[in-house]
Every structure is written in C-alpha cells, then in structure tokens.
Ligand binder design. Structure first.
Ligand code: SF4
Length: 373
C-alpha cells in the first residue's frame, strides 16, 4: 500500500505564520498543473506495483483549483497507478472556497475527505494572522458541510496565537465542540524564520505566549476533546468514530512509500527522501526537460532508527521496545526511560512506551534524549 501527495503551491494571500512554499500570484497555475501531470507520468514506476491507498491534495490552497484541473490530475493518477477501491481522497480547502455547488463537484470527482483551515473562530485573530476568511465564512462552511455528503472532514485549529486571551482560546474549543467535526488537528503556534510572524518576533513586534499558557491550552484541548469521545491519536491530531487521517497515519508508520508531486513536494521510498524544488518556474522548466528537480537524501542506518522512534512515539500506539531491539538492533537507555517515566512524560506498559499529554507538550525535548547521532 502506498500514498500519493499532490502539492498545489498557490494561495491568494499569505498567512503571517506560514512558511510553506506557496505563491500568491496565480499566474503560471495552468503550467504548474500540466507539469505536475507530467511529473506523475515521469515517476509512474516510483511506487512499484503497490496499490495506492490514499491520495492527498495539500498546499498551498488546493481548493483554488478548478474542477477541470482536479479532474485532470486525478484521471492521470487513475490511469498510471492501481488505486484501491476504498482509497481515501483528501483535499485541503479554505472555508471561503466552500459552497454547496463545489462540495457536490468535489464529491463527484471522488474526494471523500476534506481538511479545512479554520484556525480560530475569532475575527480579531483571523485578521491578525492575515487569514483570508472570517468567522461568517467558517460558519457558512459548516452549514454547507452539514447539507453535503461529506461525513469525513478535519478542522484545523491553531492555539497560543500572539495576544490570544484565555477566553478567546476557550471559546474556540467550545465552538469547535459544538460543530463536533469527525477530526480535529490542533497546532500550537510556531514562529518559523521565513514567516512574517517569525520576522516580527525577532523585531519584537509580537511576542510568543508563555510556556505556561501553551501547556495549559494543550492540556485543556486534550481533556475536553477526550471527554467528548475523541481519540488523541497523534500529538496534534484527534479523531472520533475511527475517522483518523489514513494518509497521515501511513506517514507515521514509516514503512509505506509516498510519491509527492508538484513544487516543494516530498517523496519517500523507505530508503531515501526526495524533495522537489521550491520554485514554480524552475519546477516547470525542469519537468519540461524530463528532469525531476529534486534533492535526494539517503537515510543512514541511524536516520532510519531515529525516524522509527520519533514516528512511533508521536502516536497513541507508542513505541514497541521489542521491535526496536529485534528489527533495528537498538535499545533505549533504561536510566533515561526511568527518569522520563518518573517525571510523568512517558508511560510504560510492558515493552511499549507512549508519551503522556505532559510529554507531548515537550515532545521535541524528549525525542532529543533518544536521538542517535
Ligand atoms: S497557511 Fe495555508 S492558506 Fe495560509 S499561506 Fe500557508 S498554505 Fe496558504
């Protein structure tokens, strides 16, 4: 089983916290779509004969693509790859791109999962982050979804936004739980160097929320969502009724191949990772010459063990120390494990360890203890 990721590197405006590669000019969109289709053809052997279990359109803003563009890309995938009958087909969308008609179109094209960038229900904070949509768009989007055939969708939430008050945060969670989406991704605000917020942070125009505020928000989300029947199945991801993201869950399994097409998309063939160039013009030019413009990173034996540890620990299934020992010939330091369990960052049951909610908050620091250099 394998997955295909299609990166659509266009947005009509740039969110201030975002450092993903995307262009705010829509010129060259046709050319990028055509080049993406050609890349699929050039790399049709990449997944071997493996059945494609998930197809994910991410970005950028894939909901900017016309039905014609989406259909062309999907048809190419169906022509070139064996796609499973019950494949998960996901599309990322902005709330203000959603209406009754477009939902019908996406259903007709075969999409069966949507991921919507809600981020917050506060108009003030949406504005501060330079989000394109407002609260009314988000509420309308929910109404359209309720009337549609989409029973599997994710709402993205960001917390610990600069200047966010505790009341605004609690209100976001309350509103989220009134909607009760099948899946919620809740991300703590980060300040990437290349983002506007990253620059503003350096210039002291904005400030990070305190560690205390961030921890309280994280633990509040964990508690309230679990109370409402959500499984906290990955550090930032919650699902109810088994509606996990199959695409992302496969990433964390570490043993599935992924083909990523489009500018900035990454592919993984178990032994190496290839990342396409982050420039739509160079991408189109290179694909035109039948060259995939990517950098290839071959994973060292240590990289493979590190990825196995990190990807398992970030999920609720945890890390099986027996598999680590027998398949990867590696053991974790028992003293460090004991220390982290005493600090209540880890829980151990026989030979399986998982992060506690407190451990998830500082997961990066914990993972550093286990990193093999
Ligand atoms: S967060 Fe999403 S919509 Fe906003 S700029 Fe980044 S990719 Fe585009």
């Amino acid at each position: 089983m394998a997955g295909i990721y299609v990166h659509i590197p266009f947005c009509t405006s740039k969110c201030f916290y975002c450092s993903f590669y995307s262009s705010t000019s829509l010129n060259f969109l046709d050319e990028v779509v055509e080049a993406t289709i050609k890349e699929l053809k050039l790399r049709k052997e990449y997944l071997g004969c493996e059945e494609v279990e998930t197809i994910y359109f991410g970005g950028g803003t894939p909901s900017l693509l016309s039905a014609h563009h989406l259909e062309k890309i999907l048809n190419t995938i169906y022509q070139l790859f064996p796609v499973s009958q019950n494949a998960e087909l996901s599309l990322e969308a902005n709330p203000d791109d959603v209406n009754e008609e477009i939902l019908k179109t996406w259903t007709r094209l075969g999409f069966n999962r949507l991921s919507l960038g809600f981020q917050t229900f506060s108009d003030r904070l949406l504005k501060l982050m330079n989000r394109r949509h407002n609260l009314q768009h988000a509420l309308d989007c929910v109404k359209f979804l309720e009337k549609s055939s989409f029973d599997n969708f994710n709402l993205d939430l960001i917390f610990a936004i600069p200047t966010q008050t505790r009341e605004e945060f609690v209100s976001d969670i309350k509103k989220m739980l009134e909607i009760k989406p099948p899946h919620i991704s809740a991300y703590m605000m980060t300040f990437e160097e290349k983002s506007v917020f990253g620059v503003w942070l350096k210039q002291k125009i904005i400030a990070e929320q305190s560690e205390d505020f961030c921890s309280q928000c994280f633990l509040f989300i964990d508690e309230k969502l679990r109370e409402q029947g959500y499984e906290h199945y990955e550090i930032s991801n919650f699902a109810r009724d088994g509606k996990f993201s199959r695409h992302n869950s496969n990433y964390w399994l570490n043993d599935k191949k992924f083909l990523g097409v489009g500018p900035a998309a990454a592919s993984f063939d178990i032994v190496s990772r290839q990342t396409n160039i982050e420039n739509k013009f160079t991408y189109v030019e290179s694909i035109g010459k039948n060259i995939i413009p990517c950098q290839r990173e071959i994973l060292s034996p240590n990289d493979i063990v590190n990825e196995f540890i990190f990807n398992n620990l970030r999920t609720s299934r945890g890390l099986d120390l027996n598999i680590l020992k027998n398949q990867y010939q590696h053991s974790l330091d028992e003293n460090i494990l004991k220390f982290l369990i005493e600090k209540k960052f880890l829980q151990r049951s026989n030979d399986n360890i998982i992060l506690t909610p407190q451990g998830m908050i500082v997961s990066n620091r914990i993972l550093e203890y286990f990193l093999i250099e």
